[in-house]
Each structure stands twice: as C-alpha cells, then as structure tokens.
Design a protein around this ligand. Structure first.
Ligand code: EPU
Length: 434
C-alpha cells in the first residue's frame, strides 16, 4: 500500500490546475446507459473511482474507451450492446456511487440487479430513497441475497418528494425519469452543481428537463435518448482543498481551471477567517496576509458549506486563533480524521455531530492513517504545516478522488513524495466508498 511522506513548512506558491469533478463524472458515465449511441465525456479526472465505474460499465457489456496522450481526459462510452444488467458486490462495495446505475438500467433495459452497498466509514448511508422513488415510477423491487432487483416494462412518470435531500438519489431518479412515460415531478431535490451538470448532459442527449439546480425538477419522459458530447465541470472540492492548503501554509497560490461560483460558501467562510482571495471567472488566487481567525462551520446541502470540505476545514481550524465549532449535518460519522489530527497536536473535542477545535496549536509530523477520501485530504493539509515529517498510510483513499495530488502540490513547492512497499501486499480487501 502506498504512503505519502510530507515534510511541512513550505508555503504553497504558484499555480495548480483543477481536474474534472469526480462526483459529476460518475453520474455522467452512468447516463451513457440510457442510450445505444456513444456518449463522449471530456475533462474526466484520472482517479480510481473512474476506473471502478469503467469496470462496472464494461462488466455490463459497455464499450468504454479511455483516451490517452492529449486526450487522456476524454472517455467515450457506448452501451449499444448491454449483456448484463448487474452491478456486482465486488465493485459496489468499493464505490457506493455504483448505485447510480440502478435508475438508468431499469429505465433503459427494464431490469437492474444492483448489490446493496453496505456500511461506510462516514455513516450508514442507506439508499432507501432511490428505491422508494423507483417504486413510485412503477418499478417492482425485491431485495434478496444482498441485491436489489428492479423490474419494469416501462417506467411511468410520477410525483416524488424526497424525504431528505440526496445528491445521488436526485441524480438516479432524474436519469430514470428521462425515459419514463409522461411527466415526473421531483421535489426537494439536491441543487448541487453536479446535478445541474448531469441535467445539462441529459438535455444534450434529448431529455426534456426543467428546473435542475432548484429544489423542483420537472421531466417530460421521451421514448429514446441519443448520444452527446459533454465537458465535465471542474471539481469544486479539489479546488477547495487547494484553496485551504494555500490559506493554511500562508502561500500565494492561484487555483486555476475552477469555477469560483461553485465555491461561494467556502470563500465566504474563509473571508471570515481572515483569508482574502481574488477571483476571475475561472480561477481563485489566495494571497495570505495576517493570522487565521477561528470561525464556526455548519455543513449543509448546496449552496451551504459542503460536508466534503469539513475535514479540510478542520485542519485549517487547528491553525486559527480561537475556538471553531464545526457541526456536521450530513453524515453521522464523519470525524475520523479528528483523532489523527489530535495525534499531530491538535486540540479537538467531539460530541456527536459537533466538534470544537481550539487553535492555534503547533502540529508535529507523525505516522497517521487515512480513513476515507476527504479525511485523507485533511491529513495532507495538516502535514503541510506540521513540524517535521508526516507519513500518511492508506493513500488509496486519496487516489479515489484526487488526480496526481502529490505532483500538483509538489509543483507549488510542497515537500511531498509517495512511497510504495518493497513487497506489495494484496489489494486491501474491504474498502468503504465515498
Ligand atoms: N440518505 C438517506 N437515504 C438515501 C440517500 C441518502 O437517508 O436513500 C442520507 C444519507 O445517509 C446522508 C444524506 O442523506 O445522511 C445525504 O446523502 P447523499 O445521498 O446526498 O450522499 P451521496 O449522494 O451518497 C454524494 C457525494 C458525496 C457527498 C454527498 C453529500 C457522489 C458520488 N458522492 O453522496 O461525496 O459527501 O453527496 O454532499 O456524488 C466525496 O466525494 O468524498 C463524497 C463522499
């Protein structure tokens, strides 16, 4: 298993480029299941979860061509010849987003068999709302042997009110509704930019969708969808991670190829912390000045402060003057990074969904363990300001969602390198998913 070795102390200076959004690329790839024509996706990040999704689609008979050289971020998916409507446990357990194939498969083929994802390091994360929604659209759903089996001759439009806002749930049902007969009204939807990006792709494919990016989405079902070409939006969480890294290390960093409009909650929180930024339509420059100030954070659905930035923000809070209260509202167990930060010298007290971080405490390098994707990012950030060397184990979590993170950070002046084991062990057996 690879490890990252980071020596702290260097401010990040220069420019880093943000990759395409993993959480927009995953539903976009699943959307290719809705048509027998090729879907060409640009700006696909080269991360582990994309490889998992490619394997998932390929196992169903899809032709998935990953570009190389100058076209390395292009993926062409052709689902003209689906041979198997199953998402097997082996793949689903490594990536929960695999459940995104459920809606499109049942809508296009009339049948889907998808493994239930099981537990996860950041919370229980059930998919009951995906299932209830598909039932409303007329799918007959049974569960046995750890699998969901969904069948329908043709889905029928319906009114679905999500009891709770769910990002992939909104995406799954949005995809299913595009091929349903008649009108579907989705209420209490997620408004995340990734949902909007998916809707834009679906509209290019011939879907009739109105309201994506608001809480109510209206879909007029069509008989058939066509192929399309689409560019995935920049990864707002990767951008946010670099922005916090720059603020934390007291650097002067330009985060390029991002969309500052997707970063509103984070940038206004950083402003409260005393971090000043200059934005252009596609970049954010962080010029560090005075000391960091503590500020409270509550994670919420978009446009609120993203849960996917909570761990990185916690690393920043350890270096801010005063106490920061962090409230995690989306997932019930998303503080696994806190105990590792404490081992590095942070003062953090957890009480249920709340964490109090008292700063500023000096951090010192230590051997730490990454527990999930964003927790890993938080440890990288802490290591960048820690005294001495930090060794982060289980870097495979980071590789699921960050493209070449150590190269990008190194190009901005960080002392970071990856080491592998001399005798590689077998791949980790059970890996939870984000
Ligand atoms: N929920 C239910 N029932 C459902 C679905 C969700 O109770 O059927 C609950 C969840 O347990 C959670 C809340 O609703 O408490 C919100 O979960 P949501 O469904 O929105 O999360 P998700 O769609 O599984 C996506 C991202 C996550 C991100 C969350 C929240 C993808 C592939 N994943 O997950 O990304 O944290 O939305 O914004 O889009 C990451 O990238 O590190 C990551 C974990």
């Amino acid at each position: 298993m690879d490890k990252l070795v980071i020596r702290g102390g260097n401010p990040l200076v220069g420019t880093v480029r943000v990759s395409g959004a993993k959480n927009a690329a995953l539903p976009a790839m699943a959307a290719a299941l809705l048509t027998d024509e090729p879907v060409i996706l640009e700006n696909i990040p080269q991360v582990r979860d994309i490889v998992t999704e490619r394997n998932l689609l390929a196992a169903m008979g899809a032709e998935v061509e990953l570009g190389y050289g100058r076209a390395q971020h292009r993926t062409t998916i052709s689902c003209s010849n689906l041979v198997n409507e199953e998402a097997a446990y082996d793949l689903v357990r490594t990536m929960r987003a695999s459940t995104l194939v459920l809606g499109p498969l049942v809508a296009r083929s009339g049948h889907a068999r998808v493994s239930l994802p099981g537990g996860c390091a950041i919370g229980a994360r059930p998919i009951d709302l995906h299932i209830k929604g598909l039932e409303k659209l007329g799918a007959r759903i049974t569960q046995e042997h750890g699998y969901i089996d969904a069948r329908a001759d043709r889905l029928k439009g319906a009114r679905i009110v999500f009891e709770k806002i769910t990002v992939t749930g909104t995406e799954d049902l949005l995809m299913a509704a595009t091929l349903a007969e008649g009108e579907t009204l989705l209420e209490n939807c997620a408004c995340e930019p990734e949902v909007v990006d998916l809707a834009e792709l679906l509209i290019k494919m011939g879907a009739r969708i109105a309201g994506a990016g608001t809480r109510t989405i209206r879909v007029q079902g069509v008989e058939k969808l066509n192929g399309a070409r689409h560019r995935i939006i920049p990864d707002r969480i990767e951008a946010g991670t670099f922005i916090v890294a720059a603020a934390l290390t007291g650097g002067d960093l330009t985060v390029a190829a991002c969309d500052p409009q997707h970063l509103g909650a984070l940038l206004s929180k950083l402003d409260e912390c005393g971090v000043h930024v200059a934005t252009t339509p596609d970049s954010v420059r962080i010029v560090s000045g005075g000391p960091l100030k503590a500020a409270d954070v509550v994670t919420e659905e978009y446009p609120g402060f993203p849960t996917d930035m909570q761990a990185q923000y916690m690393a920043l809070a350890t270096q801010a003057e005063g106490a920061s209260l962090i409230t995690e509202n989306i997932f019930e167990n998303r503080y696994m990074h806190a105990q590792e930060l404490v081992r590095m010298g942070a003062n953090i007290k957890i009480d249920g969904r709340r964490a109090v971080v008292r700063g500023k405490t000096p951090l010192s390098g230590a051997a730490v363990l990454a527990s999930d994707l964003r927790a890993s990012a938080s440890l990288v950030l802490a290591a960048l300001v820690a005294d001495g060397e930090t060794i982060i184990d289980r870097v495979y979590h980071l590789d699921r969602g960050y493209e070449r993170i150590e190269e990008k950070l190194r190009s901005a002046g960080a002392q970071i390198r990856r080491i592998g084991e001399l005798i590689p062990r077998r791949a980790p057996a059970a890996v939870e998913s984000d």
